[in-house]
Ligand binder design. Structure first.
Ligand SMILES: Nc1ncnc2c1ncn2[C@@H]1O[C@H](COP(=O)(O)OP(=O)(O)OP(=O)(O)O)[C@@H](O)[C@H]1O
Ligand SMILES: [Mg+2]
Length: 504
């Protein structure tokens, strides 16, 4: 390979390496320092330094430098027009000092050049859209007489334009990061709702959404696992809205036999079906001027879905067995613990209704994803149940730690029930770790399930905690399920699985 080809190759490799380094992350100082090292390694350009102009101090400051100590870096500050670096920024054109020793302008502020002879100092502006935002400088030792300074300057100009783009991108990145941080800070603790606890970012987002939507008539859908507070938030939306003086009607689509759903929702006329001896208003009529919460909307049968859609769009319906069209002014809120989109894709939920409901979705985070709220909730429920039971029970830090580590499959409801039980049952004035159910001191159920060998052990524990709950609630399955924070269906399944029987 000829000498100039080899050199060209080195330049290309250097450029490739520089863009690789700068593409790796937004760590400005680190990546610019690495870039300066590339200049040294590939192009024999030593002591490369990047100066950036600081709008606030009106100074050029070194942000990265190869071969300089921290002290030297701190000393390297120039005003516009000051020294060579300052002039390059001001004029926006490159400068070369072929022998640093002979140049009175050369200030050597960093004090890094001991004997100055034999070094040429190359300095190019870093520009973006024609404006200088900084300066790139290197020392070149006269070894290679063949290479003209022009060539070095050209290479440096290419590198400085890559740096310019990187710096601009970095500035945008940093600004948006700062904005995000600011927003977060503003959000922190800013939103509150009476008797609803939540300082975590996720709950603060929920509260903010509640504040934003409560004034409007927008349909809101609340997604979340059982016990995360969907109903509580729905009520908050209603009571903060202009409708607060009118009824809030909650209707659980999963709790009523399918055949009765329509008449429950829309009412019926006298004689509409056997047993309909008098006409009756449905929930929509009862909720007139107020708010209706359709809970477990995912369980709404397909044949009723067009009727809900019609109420949403036309605000009208007919009672079962009735001819007359009834007009209502109702705000609809919906809640579900199921994945509606999945139901849509399986053909179990109408797409048009889904989109009509999904105008403002609010996602209730599970308790295990906002552990910072747990101790606040514990305090809140302690106060509540102490008051109700006329007690003054406190809780030890150890116990709070266990409650915080627990994975709360039944979310806030399970925590609430746990605290209530502990207060009611407590003989002493302090709840200690030893008072907590043994299931809370085990690793999370899911983690354990992964380890097959432990499976039977965990099954025993599960079995006995279900039995325990059933006994406490007189074998009312729904109550027992609630107590341990699982759904009635889940408990039904477990009772079958373990073949549990009431021997009392
Ligand atoms: N952030 C909270 N602060 C205080 N109490 C809460 C909070 N979230 C939930 N709760 C309490 O937890 C219990 C369960 O809440 P809620 O009934 O709203 O949950 P849900 O999501 O509707 O549950 P499900 O899907 O089982 O109906 C209620 O007693 C409620 O008051
Ligand atoms: Mg609910």
């Amino acid at each position: 390979m000829s000498y100039s080809l080899a050199r060209e190759n080195r330049i290309l490799n250097a450029l490739l390496e520089v863009s690789r380094v700068l593409n790796s992350s937004f760590d400005l100082e680190k990546n610019l320092s690495r870039t300066m090292r590339v200049l040294g390694d590939f192009l024999e350009m030593e002591r490369g330094s990047v100066f950036l102009y600081d709008q606030n101090t009106k100074e050029l400051k070194i942000v990265a430098a190869q071969g300089l100590t921290k002290e030297q870096i701190d000393r390297g500050k120039y005003k516009i027009g000051e020294g060579i670096v300052g002039r390059v920024l001001e004029k926006g054109t490159p400068m070369v000092i072929s022998n640093v020793g002979n140049e009175p302008l050369f200030m050597n502020k960093t004090g890094s050049r001991i004997g100055k002879n034999g070094i040429s100092f190359l300095c190019v502006p870093i520009q973006f859209k024609g404006e200088s935002i900084g300066v790139l400088s290197v020392d070149k030792i006269f070894k290679d007489r063949d290479i003209t300074v022009d060539e070095d300057i050209r290479v440096l100009e290419i590198i400085s334009s890559i740096i310019a783009q990187y710096v601009i991108l970095w500035k945008h990145y940093r600004e948006s990061e700062m904005e995000r941080e600011n927003l977060k800070l503003q959000l922190k603790g800013k939103y509150s709702l009476p008797n609803i606890i939540g300082n975590s970012d996720k709950m603060q987002e929920v509260f903010e959404a509640v504040h934003r939507v409560s004034d409007s008539k927008a349909t809101v859908i609340l997604y979340g696992e059982s016990g995360t507070g969907k109903e509580l938030i729905a009520k908050a939306i209603h009571y903060m809205s202009p409708r607060s003086k009118f009824p809030f009607i909650k209707f659980n689509c999963a709790s009523i036999p399918e055949g009765l759903l329509e008449s429950e929702l829309f009412g019926h006329e006298k004689g509409a079906f056997t047993g309909a001896i008098i006409a009756r208003k449905g929930r929509f009529e009862l909720a007139d001027k107020g708010t209706i919460l359709l809970d477990e909307i995912g369980d709404l049968p397909l044949n009723l879905q067009p009727k809900i859609l019609r109420v949403l769009q036309e605000k009208e319906f007919e009672r079962v067995g009735g001819e007359k069209t009834i007009k209502v002014d109702v705000r609809l809120l919906a809640a579900t613990s199921r994945n509606l989109e999945e139901l849509v894709s399986k053909g179990k939920f109408r797409e048009d209704l889904f989109y009509r409901l999904n105008v403002v979705p609010i996602f209730m985070p599970p308790l295990r994803e906002r552990k910072e709220d747990i101790s606040l909730l514990v305090e809140f429920f302690l106060k509540k149940f102490n008051r109700e039971n006329n007690k003054d029970v406190t809780i030890s830090p150890d116990a709070v730690r266990i409650l915080t580590d627990y994975h709360w499959p039944g979310n806030v409801r399970e925590l609430e029930n746990t605290i209530e039980r502990l207060i009611v049952m407590s003989a002493s004035s302090v709840i200690r770790a030893s008072d907590l159910p043994v299931t809370m001191k085990l690793p999370p159920y899911e983690d354990v399930l992964k380890k097959e060998s432990l499976k039977t052990g965990i099954e025993d524990i599960e079995k006995s905690s279900i039995l325990d709950a059933l006994e406490k609630t007189g074998w009312v399955q729904a109550k027992a399920a609630r107590l341990i924070g699982i759904t009635p269906r889940q408990i039904g399944y477990k009772i079958k699985k373990y073949n549990l029987q009431n021997h009392q």
